[in-house]
Ligand binder design. Sequence first.
Ligand code: SAM
Ligand code: FES
Length: 347
Amino acid sequence: MKLRELIDKLELEEVLRKNEWITLLEEYTEEDAGYAAKKARLIADKIYGKEIYIRGLIEFTNYCKNDCYYCGIRRSNQNVDRYRLTREQILECCDKGWELGYRTFVLQGGEDGFYNDAWFEETIVRIKEAYPECAITLSLGERSRESYQRLFDAGADRYLLRHETANELHYGKLHPEELHLKNRKECLWNLREIGYQVGCGFMVGSPYQTSAELAEDMEFIHQLKPHMVGIGPFIPQADTPFAKEAQGTLSMTLFLVSLIRIMEKNVLLPATTALGTIDPKGRELGILAGANVIMPNLSPVSVREKYKLYDNKICTGEEAAECRACIDRRITSIGYNIVSKRGDYKV
Ligand code: SAM
Ligand code: FES
């Protein structure tokens, strides 16, 4: 079967066999990727129009109890200047964000036991009191079902938890022994059942990843049917065990963005900061390949440099307002508009 026929099949049936995924990912040309991007963009335009949603990302702690081999803020990295934001600082980020038109706030951090469920509940309630029309997205890693339930009941709307890789063996090569794919997947299913809008995802070009693993990622996404999928290139960080590994490519990341859009048509799909880091026009290209979300940084400038998951991360020096204006310019330059809406999943 010609590659374009596989892309057409994915659009119509939303499934490919594993060997078809592998063929597609190993044999595609830039023309095939262009064909997929055009299709993906048409699908996104039909559902979400020319609107691009923004999410204000608040990186509230870089302490983490985990030791993921790829991650710059892993617990064994002694070169990280650790910080925690207070609730008041987080609320100030939201105030600034609201003024700038953000209607979703994303609280993301390492797995930091300093903050307990009660602290998150209170924080969520305070944000919702101040801004009842906003959506709150959490990205706090693996927690118990009870904890997820409590935070949902307090008012959290969405949860981002990348599965990282859907293949058990590959998961074991990216994480220390105490972390298990089974647990991560169970968290995702729990989050779904509780009623969150859920996001999974993975890094493109992570060490030891082959097209067979990517095929399994696509199959897992189709099975989970998440509301959001976050993918970005793996980028090495100098103080991690993967410092010398190659980074993920722009071409493969964009192609996968398109394939995810074609398969899961309504999904909320960010053009990630990592994509913007490996190419100056990465995020614009991500939108043109089928993404419809951008997640600019709302963290205080004083801590941004310290949340370095990978090297050369962009936008670490700019004020929130500068980031907002920059994103506006970038998105209008390609014929799309940033909108000041919650930007929920459209059924
Ligand atoms: N602790 C939470 C969790 O585990 O989901 C949220 C924070 S974690 C740093 C957010 C995501 O950053 C991870 O899911 C991972 O995919 C991504 N990430 C970490 N290190 C990276 C790297 N070197 N290159 C690209 N992305 C990376
Ligand atoms: Fe915990 Fe990266 S190892 S956030």
